[in-house]
Design a protein around this ligand. Structure first.
Ligand code: AMP
Length: 570
């Protein structure tokens, strides 16, 4: 299906003051309405105000700052007009992609700048001329030092995920970068938490900012419904497989799966139908007639899954709904409460399941806090779980058959084999045949789905040490909290040896950046770091060692392949 456009959707984005070309792009992406952070942040940003925003990943904050930036850009300019600073290489790529996607109609040139990528390539693009730079602090500072990044024309700076950047020891780098940008500029700071350090950096660099706290700002008035709430943490690339596995285990009578955009609804519906589910799409781009037809299919049971956006699902009522599934964490607590309120009505039991990317986990925690209800994080069912469930179902239907009286015509088969085989063996063989006849296991069902939950994650500790690259004789230490364990060094953690050190220009923040960006573990899980002249040691939770080593081996450190391995036992 091609993305469809609806006039109502456009008008809400237009009402925020956005350029029609941007609105057109959003429509083509399948966005139906602005998220709360977009509603609150876009107008003041368009008006040129500084902004301090408290919002986690998954709230739509990237578009909240990217759209106003794009609107103000003169694409004829050669040097960057906007600078977006982010903590990791992964995020630099993601945000640059998002800005590029939103700015397509305007022809805006975007460049991500991160460590590990050759300078030459970055220089070539810089010389050609870019409008927006999205970079990690280390690499941006390197370019400033070399005189290869001209910031004289920058009119807006965004510090995205500022708390992560401070956590990684980038505070001084940020100060240095901001000092290199003209004072007459707009400054925007986004953070998932409002630590004292964030307030301090906001005081230093923002002028009379508009403050937006999306956490708590949209607390739903009605009480959250009492349904069983569960979440699975899974990377985007494994979501479809995880959803299939969950549907197989839960076997819902009828379920709604919520997506953020129309395009996602269409893609997911197609993918699920391809996997043998009876799924129907429902979104704001469909005519009333089409919607009625879909709802009828769900009511009569000829469809079991409804894949929908929030806008389209508003006001619909399906009595026999047993499950609500969030394919992504909703962008606001209010949307979450609305969605899960569709099950568990009139005393019936309902289940609400959320699939969360590791990066969206903070947003899920925010929702939990706001609704004052616990969302239990469960492990993705394994192949063994699926088999156990199938056996359970088989046992139930066999028992049903045995309670009936319809199976005696098979007596001749069993008796003729009973001289040669044990009767229990015959029964087991018969069950195997029955299961194979009903389709057996498809190859995708036999694959384990990686669970991205960081099980040992503990609440964040206060007062972590700051990275410091000073000190000649003693190794540089970043006094980190001990990840995943209490007490002395090493309990529940392993040190990773990296053959690159101070003489290679390695700083603690480079290591944290590489580890967080490449392996996806949060910065707070990176423990103590020691940097000597020739090598470095980084402490990570035992459970993450393989992930971190594999990721760093793949990416290298500062663009170089070096020896990386778990430290030999001390
Ligand atoms: P972010 O919080 O910026 O990481 O955005 C999370 C996701 O929400 C991204 O995949 C965006 O494409 C998507 N998104 C952002 N704004 C909207 C919107 N208004 N409607 C639907 N999806 C959105």
């Amino acid at each position: 299906m091609t993305p469809s456009q609806s006039p109502e959707a456009n008008s809400e984005f237009e009402a925020l003051g956005l350029d029609p070309r941007l609105v057109k792009t959003l429509s083509a992406l399948g966005y139906e309405e602005p998220t709360p952070i977009q509603q609150q942040a876009i107008p003041p940003l368009l008006a040129g105000k500084d902004l301090l925003g408290l919002a986690a990943t998954g709230t739509g904050k990237t578009a909240a700052f990217a759209l106003p930036i794009l609107q103000g850009i003169d694409t004829g300019g050669k040097t960057p007009a906007a600078l977006i600073l982010v903590p990791t290489r992964e995020l630099a790529m993601q945000v640059a992609q998002a800005v590029h996607r939103y700015g397509k109609e305007l022809g805006v040139e975007v460049l991500p700048l991160y460590g590990g990528q050759a300078f030459g390539q970055q220089l070539k693009v810089l010389k050609r001329g870019v409008n927006v730079v999205v970079g990690t602090p280390g690499r941006v500072l390197d370019h400033i030092g070399r005189g290869t990044l001209v910031l004289d024309g920058v009119g807006i700076v965004v510090l995205d995920e500022a708390d992560e950047m401070l956590d990684m020891g980038f505070s001084e780098d940020l100060d240095a970068i901001l000092a290199a940008v003209p004072e007459e500029r707009q400054t925007v700071l986004f953070s998932a938490t409002m630590a004292r350090q964030i307030e301090a950096i906001a005081r230093r660099h923002l002028t009379d900012p508009v403050e937006i706290r999306i956490v708590g700002a949209d607390l739903p008035e009605e009480e959250a419904p009492k349904v069983q709430q569960m979440a699975y943490v899974v990377r985007r690339s494994h979501k479809l497989a995880a959803l299939g596995r969950i549907l197989d285990l839960e076997s819902p009578e009828a379920a709604i799966v919520f997506c953020r955009t129309r395009n996602e609804v269409d893609e997911l519906t197609e993918a699920l139908n391809g996997r043998g589910y009876r799924a129907e799409a429902l979104h704001g781009g469909m005519s009333q007639e089409e919607r009625d037809r879909v709802m009828k299919k769900l009511r009569t049971g000829s469809a079991e899954l409804l894949i929908a956006t929030d806008v389209a699902a508003r006001g619909i009522d399906v009595a026999h709904l047993t499950h609500v599934i969030n394919y992504e964490v909703p962008s606001a607590a209010k949307a979450y409460v609305h969605r899960i309120g569709r099950v568990g009505r009139a005393g019936r039991e309902g289940v609400a399941i959320t699939l969360s990317d590791p990066r969206e986990h903070q947003q899920l925690r925010n929702i939990e806090r706001l609704t004052k209800q616990k969302v239990k994080v469960a492990r993705i069912p394994t192949v063994a779980d699926l088999h156990a469930r199938r056996l359970e179902l088989l046992r139930a239907s066999l028992r049903e058959t045995l309670l009936g009286d319809d199976f005696h015509r098979f007596r001749v088969v069993v008796e003729s084999l009973s001289d040669e085989f044990d009767v229990v063996d015959i029964a087991m063989g018969a069950l195997m045949l029955a299961q194979e006849a009903s389709g057996g296991d498809s190859p995708e069902e036999m694959e384990e789905i990686p669970d991205a939950t960081l099980w040992e994650q503990k609440p964040a500790a206060k007062g972590r040490g700051k990275g410091s690259a000073s000190g000649k004789d003693r190794p540089t230490q970043r006094g980190g909290r001990k990840p995943g364990a209490s007490g002395g060094s090493g309990a529940g953690t392993t040190r990773i040896f990296i053959r690159a050190g101070r003489s290679d220009g390695i700083r603690p923040q480079d290591l944290v950046g590489a580890i967080v960006g490449e392996s996806g573990i949060p910065a707070r899980q990176v423990g103590e770091i020691q940097i000597t002249d020739r090598f470095s040691l980084v402490e990570v939770p035992d459970t993450e060692v393989d992930r971190v080593v594999d990721a760093l081996r793949g990416s290298g450190v500062r663009g170089k392949k070096v020896t990386i391995r778990p430290e030999r036992p001390r």
